[in-house]
Design a protein around this ligand. Structure first.
Ligand SMILES: Nc1ncnc2c1ncn2[C@@H]1O[C@H](COP(=O)(O)OP(=O)(O)OP(=O)(O)O)[C@@H](O)[C@H]1O
Ligand SMILES: [Mg+2]
Length: 276
């Protein structure tokens, strides 16, 4: 049955992997989730519970063995511009400047001429004015993640998929970027799906937190974050919620990031095809 408030409908999704010795890993088992239009939803859970797998299925970088994923009621079959994807390590093109990295989606879509002003607009939004001509090796890790987020946003996606975008950053930079993500979300009202292992980050940013468990990867619980829009990490309600999420997770602090960016997938999510 259709529901106009739902952007992404994940129904009975299984994803199994076999390694070279034939050993089976049930990365996701019977996952059901409806992502609402305009919400910011986080996936949190121990390393290996299938967070990246689920995000990649939504992105169309991978396909389930059972079940289906619908975006606005149409099956997800491959990556598309209406889904912006930010890899954990940013994955910028090192030979391109900040503004060239951000403009790449416009060039790939053949709309650079008419949409060029958007480059400056997104550089402003992510706070990188003055660094337009810098190369990736000349900017910090936090700045690189800002560029990766702007590169995804410039295509004005219906959903922004963020795979631990702040995971490799120091605590201070991370808080700064959390505020940027919140500002972007408020300004654009884009639906955001955020994978994180940081409980405070999930509570600070989300409308809902999806807690996952490992082997087989499943949704354990979905927590609605009913805090006021201006959030304070030291608020009593924040602290109570933090305790509740940590209790559910058991495994706080046991995170090991696992995935490197495959350049072919980067080209696919950016829709570059033969363009480079
Ligand atoms: N291409 C693959 N081939 C084989 N197994 C895989 C593959 N990708 C993921 N897996 C396995 O599937 C499970 C889920 O992996 P996934 O990367 O989705 O976890 P995750 O929750 O994102 O973990 P992390 O927090 O460490 O990033 C893991 O056990 C992983 O080893
Ligand atoms: Mg992951």
């Amino acid at each position: 049955m259709s529901n106009p408030g739902i952007l992404i409908d994940i129904r009975g999704v299984d994803r199994v992997y076999y390694d070279t010795t034939g050993r089976k890993t049930e990365a996701l088992q019977n996952v059901n989730l409806q992502i609402r239009k305009g919400e910011l939803i986080s996936f949190i859970g121990p390393s290996g519970c299938g967070k990246t797998t689920l995000l990649r299925l939504i992105a169309g970088l991978d396909a389930p063995q059972a079940g289906q994923l619908l975006l606005n009621e149409s099956p997800v079959e491959k990556p598309g511009f209406e889904r912006g994807y930010v890899f954990q390590q940013g994955a910028l093109f090192p030979w391109k400047t900040v503004e060239e990295n951000i403009a790449i989606g416009l060039i790939a879509r053949n709309v650079y001429k008419e949409k060029k002003p958007l480059v400056k607009q997104y550089i402003d939004m992510i706070g990188l004015t003055g660094f337009e001509k810098a190369y990736p090796h000349e900017i910090s890790g936090g700045m690189a993640q800002r560029v990766a987020i702007a590169r995804a946003l410039i295509n004005e996606p219906k959903v922004l998929l963020l795979d631990e975008p702040l995971g490799a950053l120091d605590a201070f930079t991370r808080i700064d970027l959390q505020n940027t993500i919140r500002k972007i979300w408020k300004n654009t009202r884009t639906t955001i799906v955020l994978v994180t292992h940081d409980v405070d980050e999930a509570i600070y940013l989300s409308d809902r937190i999806v807690i996952m468990t490992a082997r087989p990867g499943k949704i354990n619980e979905i927590i609605e974050v009913k805090l006021k829009p201006e959030r304070d990490r030291n608020d009593d309600e924040f602290i109570i919620l933090r305790r509740r999420v940590l209790e559910k997770l058991h495994l706080a602090g046991m995170h090991i990031p696992s995935r490197l960016v495959d350049p072919v997938e980067l080209i696919n999510v950016l829709g570059l095809g033969e363009a480079i």
